[in-house]
Design a protein around this ligand. Structure first.
Ligand code: NDP
Ligand code: 8X3
Length: 248
């Protein structure tokens, strides 16, 4: 049985990806900070073996300790889904909150690096592996007030290319999935629990569901070994650019 390691499995795209990869027959390492969410997911996925890891991706020592703690049956990671991340705030650069900047750069960029660095020896040692980094349309198109979030996702795009180059000799496939608007807890986090403002982001059109993105990820990781779908942009049909959305 192949092993997939999913960060941010407690919610949204990560959670839906866990469901999709369980259906595809993977055993799962499910990571996030909210353990009770992960335990609830494990109960839902009782048909496949799961192992839970609770850590903050911004804490390098915690990331290393969590990966080191994996039981033998889960150590040979075949697929890594670097999904954990969020936006924090939506403000002009001149009035942005530096704490929000730290949260985004530490989580979306350094967290992805820490997890990858900790997991990669299991792949390079075996000369096999598949890494999917969750970027965003925001990493390819900067929008007003998105500044640091967009920069963090542009970094994910650059790191995906860098990883693909460096890991080529090790037969490790590296890819990036860039969603547009997906209705998850993303906007609730961005707007710090303001559920009304968060809901307004998805009003008047049909946003993507987490499952839509998860199905693409499952397709990518189940391609034959000679195929790497290196980059995917997935948008709601009503979205044409980061900020151009057809509303009813
Ligand atoms: P959610 O808020 O629903 O999920 C975010 C997940 O990331 C949660 O499971 C959360 O787990 C985890 N996470 C966040 N910060 C940390 C941290 N510091 N340490 C460990 N885990 C963390 O949002 P989405 O599912 O939408 O987001 C998933 C990814 O998709 C993100 O990288 C996001 O940037 C990207 N994305 C989202 C889009 C959207 O419109 N929703 C569009 C494009 C990209 P916990 O809180 O339990 O730690
Ligand atoms: C999330 C999508 O457009 O809100 O990455 O930045 S967007």
């Amino acid at each position: 049985m192949k092993t997939a390691f999913i960060t941010g499995a407690s919610s949204g795209i990560g959670r839906a990806t866990a469901v999709a990869l369980a259906q595809a027959g993977y055993q799962l390492i499910l990571a996030g900070r909210r353990r009770e969410r992960l335990e609830e997911l494990t109960r839902e996925l009782s048909a496949v073996p799961t192992h839970l890891l609770t850590f903050d991706v911004r804490d390098r020592a915690a990331v290393d300790a969590a990966v080191q703690s994996l039981p033998a049956a889960f150590q040979d990671v075949d697929v890594l889904i670097n999904n954990a991340g969020n936006a924090h705030g939506l403000a002009p650069i001149q009035s942005g909150d530096p704490q929000d900047w730290d949260d985004m750069l530490d989580g979306n960029v350094k967290g992805l690096l820490y997890v990858s660095r900790a997991v990669l020896p299991a792949m390079t040692r075996r000369n096999t592996g598949h890494i999917i980094n969750i970027g965003s349309i925001a990493g390819h198109e900067t929008y007003a007030n998105g500044n640091v979030y967009c920069a963090s996702k542009a970094a994910v795009a650059a790191l995906t290319q860098g990883m693909r180059l460096d890991l080529l000799p090790h037969h490790i496939r590296v890819a990036e999935v860039n969603p547009g608007a997906v209705e998850t807890e993303f906007s609730e986090v961005r707007f710090k629990g303001d559920t009304e403002r968060a809901a307004s982001v998805y009003k008047g059109f049909d946003p993507l569901k987490a499952q839509d993105v998860a199905e693409v990820i499952a397709f990518m990781v189940t391609r034959p070994a000679h195929v790497n779908i290196a980059e995917v942009l997935i948008l709601p049909a009503a979205q044409a650019s980061a900020t151009t959305i057809r509303k009813q």
